[in-house]
Design a protein around this ligand. Structure first.
Ligand code: ZN
Length: 118
């Protein structure tokens, strides 16, 4: 990956905005190592008890996103980190509802940011 890929700037920008005390490690998985045909943009793993998280970015899919879609994805994954302490306890049968709530929260954060900063 080029050292200047836009995702790195977006990750840095939104880590500052979210102001989480967590240590977040980002892995940029090269396209060659991504599952072919997978629609997964990223996988976020959180160990909220230890204030740490990791986000694996699947660059093959990332490369297909527009700048706006990429920023939305970054905010979405950061929202998973934000809500990790409660999201982990959502029963598997409610995963879809939890995902919907994460996306709603991410959209609200991005809308408030865009209305007030840009
Ligand atoms: Zn999600």
């Amino acid at each position: 990956m080029s050292a200047t890929h836009p995702i790195q700037g977006l990750v840095s920008k939104w880590e500052t905005i979210f102001n989480l005390p967590d240590s977040i490690t980002h892995y940029y998985v090269p396209e060659a190592l991504c599952d072919e045909g997978s629609d997964t943009i990223a996988e976020t793993l959180c160990n909220w008890e230890y204030r740490s998280a990791s986000i694996s970015w699947f660059m093959g899919k990332v490369a297909t996103l527009t700048d706006v879609e990429l920023e939305r994805a970054v905010v979405h994954e950061m929202t998973h980190v934000l809500l990790a302490p409660i999201e982990r306890h959502v029963a598997k049968r409610y995963t879809e509802q939890a995902e919907f709530a994460v996306e709603n929260t991410a959209r609200l954060i991005m809308r408030i940011y865009n209305e007030n900063v840009t």
